[in-house]
Design a protein around this ligand. Structure first.
Ligand SMILES: O=C(O)[C@H]1O[C@H](OP(=O)(O)OP(=O)(O)OC[C@H]2O[C@@H](n3ccc(=O)[nH]c3=O)[C@H](O)[C@@H]2O)[C@H](O)[C@@H](O)[C@H]1O
Length: 287
């Protein structure tokens, strides 16, 4: 079963679980984006906390209970400065409300696992990009703005250092998701009652090679054959962190996760899709 969109309809979800005996639930529905939380904080609580609880309630009551794999985020590492980020590192210093709601999701997962025997796996995604990606993400709107000749803002740290991300290509992440589903153990409860200890896992799904945002823009310029109008500005204080870098040893050992797409190759595939989808570079995109 794939749940996407607003999952706050508890009645509908319960009915769905009454009709179909799902063995696995892949939960990707969320209010994503770090900076948008400054504008619409309520939407993060609605989707990432209330929505998640609604889903877990339905799963808890289902018979059999499904195993759940869901999307957490690298943003839970927040102000953690120990690199690369390992699952054992502290995650109690979120830098955005988005991060705080994903962290809350991880704690809520613990509770439902503990009380109700739900088998739950959280995946911490690291800036996932690629074809059919999110138009609110930098690589996506940089592409649009470069093609339109519009200025793009490249963030730097307060001491003029570069801001970097462990950009991870969508196909690599999909393999990690499938491996998480394949290795998920069954939930142990039924009808809301726990019958024994259940699996509770958390994995980083990153690329392990952080790339400065300036380098991302250079690759896009090369692929689009257009010089970007760049303005380097200090990273606004709206939830961004200076860098992310995944340690993926655990996912590699337990899921066989092994990303194979570097940023240059991944962006090549993205740009090919973008130009094909939105038309030639002179045309306006819908976004
Ligand atoms: O892995 C995550 O946990 C998160 O990844 C993603 O967040 P981010 O890593 O912040 O991606 P994204 O917005 O594309 O900014 C990329 C870079 O461009 C920089 N950036 C951004 C905007 C801008 O105008 N200029 C700029 O330099 C910016 O500072 C950053 O360094 C998901 O959106 C989020 O849902 C979550 O899953």
């Amino acid at each position: 079963m794939v749940v996407d969109g607003d999952i706050n309809d508890a009645v509908l979800l319960r009915k769905l679980f009454d009709v179909v005996a799902f063995t696995h639930v892949m939960h990707m529905a969320a209010q994503a984006g770090v900076r948008y939380a400054m504008q619409n904080p309520g939407s993060y609580v609605h989707s990432n906390i209330a929505g998640f609880v609604t889903l877990l309630e339905a799963c808890k009551m289902a018979n059999p209970q499904p195993s759940i794999v869901w999307a957490s985020s690298s943003s839970v590492y927040g102000l953690n400065s120990k690199v690369p980020f390992s699952e054992k590192d502290r995650t109690d210093q979120p830098a955005s409300l988005y991060a705080a709601t994903k962290k809350a999701g991880e704690e809520i997962a613990h509770t439902y696992n503990h009380i109700h025997g739900l088998s739950i796996t959280g995946l911490r995604f690291f800036t996932v990009y690629g074809p059919w990606g999110r138009p609110d993400m930098a690589y996506f709107f940089f592409t649009k703005d470069i093609l339109r000749g519009k200025e793009i803002k490249i963030f730097e740290t307060s001491d003029h250092g570069s801001v970097a991300r462990d950009f991870t290509y969508v196909d690599d992440v999909v393999k990690g998701c499938l491996a998480a589903l394949d290795t998920a153990k069954k939930s142990t409860g039924s009808g809301g009652k726990k019958k024994g200890a259940a699996q509770l896992r958390i994995y980083n799904l990153g690329n392990t090679k952080p790339v400065p945002v300036g380098r991302l823009v250079s690759i896009l310029e090369k692929l689009l054959k257009v010089k970007a109008k760049k303005k380097v500005i200090q990273m606004p204080r709206n939830g961004d962190v200076p860098f992310t870098h995944a340690n993926i040893t655990l996912a590699h050992n337990e899921l066989g996760y092994k990303p194979t797409t570097d940023l240059e190759m991944g962006l090549k595939k993205f740009v090919k899709w973008y130009v094909n989808y939105y038309g030639s570079k002179k045309k306006k995109s819908a976004w």
